[in-house]
Design a protein around this ligand. Structure first.
Ligand SMILES: [Zn+2]
Length: 111
């Protein structure tokens, strides 16, 4: 058994369990009580999600990691290179002058 995720919050552990089951993993829950044991703050006792083989463990860790670190990237403001207006991240071109957002494109030698 390989432990993929451990947390005092059984709701979180349950969430990860469902996430991995949804991805087709055979998971096993350990120390699972269905409720939080806040009176026993011993990490050893915390509920955790396990998978059965190491190959699954590597994949499962990545999925869990991606899940908890997924950031909505669209909300970051950018500044129009043409008119200098601040443009909301959901737009791909300037709302003021319609100049497209400058991505990290290389190869234009113009200054
Ligand atoms: Zn503009």
């Amino acid at each position: 058994m390989y432990e993929v995720f451990r947390d005092w919050d059984s709701a979180k552990v349950g969430l990860v369990d469902q996430l991995l089951k949804g991805e087709g993993f055979n998971t096993a829950l350990r120390n699972w009580t269905g409720s939080n044991i806040t009176s026993v703050p011993i990490p050893y006792m915390f509920p955790n999600v396990c998978v059965l083989n190491h190959e699954d463990f590597v994949r499962a860790r990545k999925i869990v990691n991606d899940y908890f670190h997924a950031q909505p990237q669209a909300s970051e403001e950018w500044q129009c290179p043409n008119c200098g207006e601040k443009v909301d991240g959901v737009y791909t071109e300037c709302w003021s002058c319609q100049v497209p957002r400058a991505d990290e494109t290389t190869g234009s030698g113009q200054n």
